[in-house]
Ligand binder design. Structure first.
Ligand SMILES: CC(C)(COP(=O)(O)OP(=O)(O)OC[C@H]1O[C@@H](n2cnc3c(N)ncnc32)[C@H](O)[C@@H]1OP(=O)(O)O)[C@@H](O)C(=O)NCCC(=O)NCCS
Length: 203
């Protein structure tokens, strides 16, 4: 884990790499991070762990339309973040849902912030206007991360899902990716147009 400098509070360059996920190579590592949240928590509302094939297909789909990024340390994927359509109806197309999962050993080390910083930049380049995040409550870490990234609370869906023996509330958060104006939005760029040759960014 990247420790803060005791004087400046900064985290040193830790050799972390943020890069696009490669569906067939990174699927297993991402699924390993995600599976416990399906099996043992209400963070994800899925009830069955997806197969590796299904999960790789999710990565493929997100990469085509939006982005799926992984955070790599010493050749190991330690977290991931991705975006997908908020709703399928056409007028919603400038709105995305974002989410992020970090492996247990790397939490509160700046990993989530690094992934989101890059993901949100990708989404801006594609001309998405607003990023949304739904957080099953309670989840102090996720609320803290979204607040730290500038998301604002929108409202809470009460008792919207049943998981692990109880009704669960979901808090929704929103971030303007572009300055809010009344002008019509610019048409979206496809991921490949916005990032024809995505740089492998070292942070
Ligand atoms: C939520 C999660 C992605 C946050 O990522 P992370 O790498 O641990 O967070 P970071 O270290 O980048 O923290 C960035 C900021 O978020 C806030 N934050 C992070 N963890 C926090 C916590 N446990 N409590 C309160 N605030 C927290 C802080 O403001 C932090 O900045 P600081 O460390 O300078 O104070 C991570 O905890 C995780 O994977 N949790 C399990 C899966 C999950 O809940 N995913 C979100 C689904 S909605």
């Amino acid at each position: 884990m990247a420790e803060r400098d005791s004087l400046t509070g900064e985290r040193p360059d830790s050799g972390w790499i943020v890069r696009d996920a490669i569906p067939d190579d990174d699927g297993a590592a991402c699924l390993e991070i995600y599976a416990p949240f399906v099996r043992d928590s209400f963070v994800s509302f899925e009830e069955r762990v997806p197969t590796l094939e299904d999960f790789a297909q999710r990565i493929r789909a997100a990469t085509t339309t939006h982005a799926w990024l992984v955070l790599e340390l010493a050749g190991q994927v330690v977290g991931y973040a991705y975006a997908s359509a908020h709703r399928s109806r056409a007028a919603y197309r400038w709105a995305v849902d974002v989410t992020v999962y970090i492996g247990p050993s790397y939490r509160r080390s700046g990993a989530g912030r690094r992934l989101y910083t890059e993901l949100l930049e990708r989404l801006r380049r594609q001309r998405f206007e607003v990023a949304c995040a739904g957080i099953t409550l309670p989840n102090d870490a996720s609320v803290g991360l979204h607040r730290a990234m500038g998301f604002e609370p929108v409202g809470v869906y009460k008792r919207i899902g049943w998981k692990m023996g109880a009704w669960r509330d979901v808090s929704w958060w929103q971030l303007e990716l572009a300055p809010a104006t009344d002008a019509p939005p610019t048409e979206l760029l496809r991921a490949i147009e916005a990032w024809p040759d995505p740089p492998m960014s070292r942070r």
